[in-house]
Design a protein. Structure first.
Length: 51
């Protein structure tokens, strides 16, 4: 059961892309999921958190 206001997303990929995705998830310091665009973003910085 999810917390109030939360939802779940299942990311489906082709088998040949699984190794690449695993590597990105292991090496990225930050990973964001853009809900509106349904996109994973690796190594990005949120607006206002520049540096």
């Amino acid at each position: 059961m999810l917390d109030e206001g939360a939802w779940e997303v299942v990311v489906t990929i082709h088998a040949e892309d699984a190794e690449v995705l695993q590597g990105l998830l292991r090496s990225a310091k930050t990973v964001f999921y853009d809900v509106r665009r349904r996109t994973l973003m690796f190594g990005t910085t949120r607006v206002g958190k520049g540096g």
